[in-house]
Design a protein around this ligand. Structure first.
Ligand SMILES: C[S@@+](CC[C@H](N)C(=O)[O-])C[C@H]1O[C@@H](n2cnc3c(N)ncnc32)[C@H](O)[C@@H]1O
Length: 472
């Protein structure tokens, strides 16, 4: 792109034109607009030189999250928080994590700190903070965002908020076991690019390269964290050729390989996903689901004295789900995003109805090992991971080519308080079989009306449907 067009894009932006208007004016995509801004301004921002006026220092009616589905309809705009830095996280996320996993005067680290959301929250919650980012312009923005008066907020205000340019893969400026909490939000490979040509920016990598580098980040995280303390990461999936790429599951595995256990596996709903009109119709026409969730994972560095029983639960841990009266209602509205919100009483019927409506034109099968079969199916539904190997053998034989195998499962809280991530375990197993390719990861969010209390551990109130296509 010529420097002339780049300059005109920046001028249009400063004059308040939207991305859509600029795109139409020059016939270019959002990605090209972002590239121009990142090259010219040094950071990927929506509005160049944006200044936020502070109206309040705290969120109104804030409540700590206590289940595994987190959903913030408004992103949060207290203090200097704003959505100008592309891909920045909602301040509700670090606020919840900081309050749950640290105490005043602790030292919190965010090594993908971007425009400083976590640092601002540490300042408001009286925690010490170190923010690292590979991009000097992002660090400058973060310093500006964290520079606001908080007089008389705390009687005993002695915390320090510090930002520095650096690489998350090399935290050698930090001692072993010196950090109380890590809160970080990496790039999702190259979905959004944060710098124009910084070779150490992980947002320029493909998936294979990204996973190798994120493993180095995980090792450094484990080294600098104190025993028993937590490292929290937000990561999402990607989509290619109407199939999901489970970047979330793969990233989580890199952290467990580095020695972490999983304390919580939270689903963060995304609200920018368009579930009506054009996108809804396309999701039905081309049979794919719009990604509407990310994974927020709390890893823990075990204390040497901790007994970790982090083993794969045996089959009888899984409860077999029964379909009520073998009835299901086909008169439903079809879900178009990757998060299906049902209530305790109707989730199974709605799930089966959605799966059959989307994936079955002929015969579908609710897998039952004892039944005799003499037909082939276009959809096989496995209601729990129980006897999964038998079901996989059956699907190899009885599922039509391009047919769908849907496995319903849920994470399991083990006796030692850690979470066994069933969906990740199952996906690793099926991934090794070349006959099946992951097509969708659906989250079923089970809403119950009961009043939830704050507990040490979150209530697991989501399930997964892993949807595989049989590859011809
Ligand atoms: C998703 S953004 C983080 C946004 C941040 N949570 C916020 O609210 O502003 C990811 C950040 O990772 C940074 N980054 C990319 N590669 C890095 C690396 N090797 N070391 C440190 N930071 C890196 C990018 O510059 C970008 O700011």
């Amino acid at each position: 792109m010529t420097t002339d067009i780049t300059k005109r894009i920046i001028a249009d932006k400063k004059n308040g034109l939207s991305d859509k208007e600029i795109g139409e004016k020059y016939g270019i995509s959002l990605r090209v607009i972002e590239e121009a801004i990142t090259r010219e301004m040094g950071v990927n921002v929506s509005i160049p030189n944006y200044k936020k006026r502070i109206k309040s220092l705290f969120p109104k009616d804030f409540k700590l999250e206590n289940s595994t589905i987190w959903s913030f309809k408004q992103r949060g705009s207290w203090a200097t928080h704003n959505g100008n830095y592309r891909g920045n996280w909602s301040p509700y996320i670090p606020r919840n994590l900081i309050l749950r996993y640290s105490k005043e005067n602790d030292l919190v680290l965010d090594y993908f700190c971007g425009a400083g959301t976590t640092g601002v929250e540490c300042k408001l919650l009286n925690r010490n903070f170190i923010g690292v980012d590979i991009n000097p312009s992002a660090i400058q923005l973060a310093e500006e965002n964290a520079n606001f008066p908080t007089e008389n907020l705390f009687k005993d205000f002695k915390t320090g908020i510090e930002f520095k340019v650096g690489d998350a893969r090399d935290l050698s400026f930090l001692d072993n076991e010196s950090i109380d909490l890590i809160c970080a939000h990496p790039p999702y490979t190259n979905i959004i690019q944060y710098t124009h040509d910084n070779i150490n920016d992980l947002s320029h990598l493909n998936i294979r390269e990204f996973l190798i580098e994120i493993h180095k980040v995980a090792l450094e995280s484990h080294r600098v964290l104190k025993e028993g303390k937590h490292c929290t990461i937000l990561i999402g999936d990607m989509r290619k050729n109407k199939h999901v790429i489970p970047l979330g599951f793969r990233t989580i595995k890199e952290f467990t390989k580095a020695g972490f256990t999983i304390k919580e596996l939270i689903i963060k709903r995304q609200h920018n996903c368009k579930t009506t009109g054009f996108w809804y119709n396309n999701s039905i026409k081309y049979n794919f689901l719009l990604l509407a969730h990310e994974y927020l994972v709390t890893f823990q560095k075990a204390e040497k004295s901790m007994v970790i029983t982090n083993h794969i639960p045996n089959d009888n841990k899984y409860k077999d789900i029964q379909l009520s009266k073998s009835e299901y209602n086909r008169q439903i509205s079809i879900e178009s995003s990757s998060v299906w919100i049902f209530n305790e009483n109707n989730w199974l019927n709605n799930t089966i109805a959605n799966l059959t409506e989307r994936y079955s034109k002929k015969n579908f099968n609710l897998f039952d090992i004892d039944k005799k079969h003499d037909v082939n199916y276009d959809l096989i539904i496995k209601m729990s991971p129980n006897l999964l190997n038998e079901c996989l053998k059956f699907a190899k034989f009885r599922l039509l080519n391009d047919g769908i195998l849907a496995v319903i499962c849920e994470d399991i809280r083990l006796k030692d308080g850690t979470v066994y991530p069933s969906a990740i375990g199952i996906n690793s197993l099926v991934d090794e079989l070349k006959e099946f390719k992951i097509k969708e990861i659906v989250i079923i969010s089970i809403e119950n009306s009961g009043q939830k209390k704050y507990r040490n551990e979150l209530e697991i109130n989501h399930k997964y449907i892993l949807i595989y296509r049989k590859v011809p």
